[in-house]
Design a protein around this ligand. Structure first.
Ligand code: AHR
Length: 323
């Protein structure tokens, strides 16, 4: 028994120590990370935090940027398998089409951990999935709108994330659940902005043109903050005031949306932590060193922020995180 363990038991606090505290750590382990790309500020922060987490634990992280293409992710995962890595992290760009490559990893006895997005594949093909409850994120956004507009008629335009991705599917469903039973709130237009700022702006310009220069639009719901920031620019270019003429609600809680809140141009965001790697490495540590099988889904928090939550302080808290 280690000295630390003996001391802890002697002090009667053994039960308070988590399994992670007992584990030997991941020093020297080789972990492949197939990242989607760099479509958003949130994605950039997730990449930075993952690299920081790996470095702090002595993990040799092999990073592969898939530039938004599933075929590149599959190629990268096959490369990691060929190298004989100890584990693979993957943020899957879309939800389907993973069975074959995940089976190959399983056959090679390499645990795979999904980060921030889900897949439609048998659960035994991955060790765990660290992600938010994306349906809840959409529901929280929808419920915020219900509480904000009350009985007023409200036409909503929706900027969806990448087609076929789990957050686009689930955040749409969640928002519809959030506004269900409120006939005064209607989604009048919905199109993908691919989670990018430029596409969010371009699609919003089309929505504004199609809806009498924006006069028929009460709110924009964007599946991420970057698209909301693009939409805010389009609304301003159209001579309207985002945040008051058109309400803006989105997901991620990146620094730029808090700047927009400070300027009165954004109304609500639902936080998605960029630290998916921390819980993933903890689970991997316990699994590799103690054989502890983690829960299949490790769910991160989804907190709502509005201008009442000191957006300047929230901006300051986040700006060093690599967004
Ligand atoms: O999968 C998480 C989503 O992907 C984030 O909300 C978005 O910004 C990113 O591109």
């Amino acid at each position: 028994m280690s000295v630390i363990k003996k001391l802890a038991l002697a002090a009667g606090i053994g039960a308070l120590l988590s399994s992670a505290a007992w584990a030997q750590g991941l020093e020297g382990k080789v972990v492949g990370f197939s990242q989607i790309g760099s479509e958003s500020g949130w994605r950039a922060a997730e990449t930075s935090v993952t690299k920081q987490q790996a470095e702090a634990r002595g993990v040799d992280l092999k990073f592969a940027d898939a530039q938004q293409k599933q075929e590149n992710q599959i190629k990268a995962i096959r490369g990691f398998i060929a190298q004989g890595v100890d584990a693979i992290l993957v943020a899957p760009v879309v939800a389907t089409g993973w069975d074959e490559v995940l089976t190959e990893a399983k056959e090679a006895n390499i645990p795979v951990i999904l980060l921030d997005r889900g897949v439609e594949a048998p659960e035994d093909l991955y060790l765990t999935s660290v992600a938010s409850d994306q349906v809840k994120e959409g529901r929280v956004a929808g419920e915020w709108l219900v509480g904000t507009v009350g009985d007023k008629t409200c036409n909503v335009v929706e900027l969806q994330g990448t087609v076929g991705s789990s957050p686009a599917i689930n955040r749409k469903q969640g928002f519809e659940e959030g506004i269900a039973g409120h006939a005064n709130i209607t989604i009048v237009r919905s199109q993908t902005g691919d989670f990018t700022r430029s596409k969010g702006k371009e699609v919003m310009e089309g929505f504004l043109k199609a809806e009498d220069g924006g006069k028929n639009i009460c709110a924009v719901y964007a599946h991420n903050d970057d698209m909301a920031v693009g939409a805010i620019q389009a609304i301003k270019d159209a001579g309207l005031k985002p945040g008051s003429d058109i309400l803006v609600v989105s997901i991620d809680a990146v620094p730029d949306i808090f700047s927009a809140m400070v300027a009165g141009e954004a109304n609500a965001t639902v936080e998605l932590t960029p630290n998916m790697a921390g819980p993933a490495f903890d689970a991997l540590d316990a699994y590799l060193n103690a054989g502890t099988v983690p829960p299949k889904f490790i769910i991160t928090e989804s907190k709502l922020y509005t201008p009442a939550d000191n957006p300047q302080a929230e901006y300051d808290n986040r700006k060093g995180l690599g967004y």
